[in-house]
Design a protein around this ligand. Structure first.
Ligand SMILES: [Zn+2]
Length: 533
């Protein structure tokens, strides 16, 4: 059974699925794995008739702690300040740094078919006073929380340490303050220059009531409080937080021992390793989520995250490789198998469910969606490089009938993807140019290769249909009847047309060209050696 269906089978009663994110800067594509998993869990629950709410939160009370995206004059002012109170560095109309970067990230959700029922902002939850009861419980239970930190994570807090971060009323920083001495209504605070090395507090001290938005809970405690506030029953958890003794274990213990509830069901998930390196939002490498969404249509991007089980890391190295074409090919195999066609190679377990879950919206007719004509990506990338070609006409010739509106939509997505891929990702070997004149290298073809080219030219005299598959078969046949290995025949074709010894599928190469030009070039290449001697 598909993993999300297994999860759905284990629960009963209405479910609240939650996740949240700190909007500390540009979000990289790997960060979309969590939201895609959330959506798949919600779909699986709803498919079983379980009433389900999906909540997605922005942890915008967290302190600004990464200065990469700030202008130099803003660093001194903004570091340590809640993200909801840091000005938008892009100055494009957002009220805050948090709104700008969270906005960029969640803007990708809709196109991926991820539709949270509720978006919430922790600055608003704190500001409204809805978090106040949990702040009070945490302060009353401070000793228990210190004990949980010690027991679960081996983190020692000093005896007077309190689980609350107040916003300094003097300088507005939250990352630089230390709170002590809870008297039931107020805490003492000190805004310290040396508390953290990424921000400098102003030195203010005093007492304040840590409620109604003037303070937040430390991250693990805040996490557990959200589960109580929203009644969360299921929450996925990225590997960085899921380690033994890590953040999630602490939050689970705080939920049980301080807020007196069971923590939500966990779905731990691994990272996406892009080009072998962990995609990190704080280290600045890797591709931004909204950039990768330009080269992968939503269904292929969903599939990238859904192919492995959540607890398996994803290795994806799209630059200078054929990883992107292979992802499209895998999507096509799943579609073909779902449509009942025979496919080569092994299929993943529950491949039909995987195909359905990769779709952005639930189609009215899954079989029709699966059966829709999909132009193989590598072929399309090649077609786009042939000057003067009518791509739609070529694709319709391959299909053998006009494209449906949905097929045109799929083709449009793929054309955009293939262009972006050729521009920024494709290896040199994928860049091809049909040579206007017969390449000099044709002189080096041997007699066996020449005989295949001549034979092929004859066989193509009345060739119908002029399609990639038909021409591919014709090449194989021309080689077979002359006893020439297919690889040598293909090399001859690439030499004659592309001036290189490898290339896209030969049938496709020929099908993209004018039949008379193809026959003429084949004959010229076959005679090239003779002419030159
Ligand atoms: Zn201060």
């Amino acid at each position: 059974m598909f993993w999300a269906d297994e999860l759905a089978a284990r629960v009963s009663g209405p479910q609240v699925v939650n996740d949240s994110k700190t909007p500390s800067g540009t979000v990289h594509v790997g960060s979309l794995r969590g939201p895609v998993l959330l959506d798949v869990i919600v779909r699986a629950l709803r498919d079983r008739g379980i009433p389900t709410e999906l909540r997605y939160g922005v942890d915008d009370m967290d302190p600004m702690d990464a200065q990469a995206l700030l202008t130099p004059d803003a660093v001194e002012r903004a570091m340590g300040v809640p993200l909801s109170r840091v000005p938008d560095p892009a100055e494009d109309g957002h009220p805050s740094y948090a709104r700008h970067f969270a906005g960029l990230f969640v803007a990708t959700f809709d196109g991926l078919g991820i539709h949270p029922d509720v978006y919430y902002w922790m600055s608003e939850e704190y500001g409204s006073g809805r978090m106040d009861p949990f702040i009070r419980s945490a302060l009353d239970g401070a000793a228990a929380i210190r004990e949980i930190y010690r027991r679960v994570s081996h983190v020692e807090r000093p005896p007077g340490w309190l689980p609350v971060h107040v916003i300094c009323p003097e300088c507005g920083r939250i990352g630089t303050t230390l709170a002590t001495d809870w008297d039931g209504e107020t805490v003492a605070f000190a805004c310290r220059a040396d508390l953290v090395d990424w921000a400098t507090g102003c030195g203010a001290t005093g007492r304040l009531a840590p409620f109604s938005g003037s303070a937040k809970l430390p991250w693990n405690v805040d996490w557990a409080a959200k589960w109580s506030l929203f009644g969360v029953t299921i929450e996925p958890c990225g590997k960085d937080l899921a380690t033994a003794g890590g953040s999630r274990d602490r939050a689970d213990a705080v939920a049980r021992e301080v807020f007196r509830r069971d923590p939500p069901l966990r779905v731990d998930y691994e990272f996406l390793n892009l080009g072998g390196r962990k995609m990190s939002t704080s280290k600045g490498y890797g591709a931004a989520a909204h950039e990768v969404a330009e080269v992968l249509p939503p269904e292929e991007l969903r599939l990238l995250f859904l192919r492995p089980r959540p607890n398996q890391a994803i290795e994806f190295d799209p630059v200078g490789t054929d990883a992107i074409p292979r992802l499209f090919d895998e999507a096509d195999r799943l579609a073909a198998a779902t449509a009942g066609r025979e496919v080569r190679g092994e299929l993943p377990a529950d491949h039909e469910r995987l195909f359905a879950m990769s779709l952005v919206e639930r189609p009215d007719d899954l079989l029709a969606e699966a059966a829709a004509f999909r132009q193989p990506f590598a072929h399309l990338a090649f077609l786009l490089q042939v000057p003067g070609i009518d791509v739609l006409a070529r694709v319709e010739a391959e299909k053998g009938s006009p494209l449906t509106p949905r097929e045109r939509e799929l083709l449009g997505q793929r054309i955009a993807s293939a262009r972006a891929w050729l521009e920024s990702y494709a290896p040199e070997s994928a860049r091809v140019a049909v040579q206007e004149r017969l390449p000099d290298a044709a002189a080096s073809l041997d007699d066996a290769q020449r005989s295949v080219l001549v034979g092929l030219a004859e066989a193509l005299e009345d060739q119908q249909p002029w399609t990639g598959d038909a021409l591919q078969a014709a090449v194989f046949e021309a080689a077979r009847i002359r006893g020439v290995p297919a690889g040598r025949a293909f090399a001859a074709l690439y030499t004659a047309f592309l001036d290189r010894t490898n290339g896209p599928r030969a049938g496709w190469l020929l099908a993209s060209l004018d039949p008379a030009f193809v026959r003429e070039r084949l004959r010229a290449a076959a005679g090239a050696g003779t002419l030159s001697t």
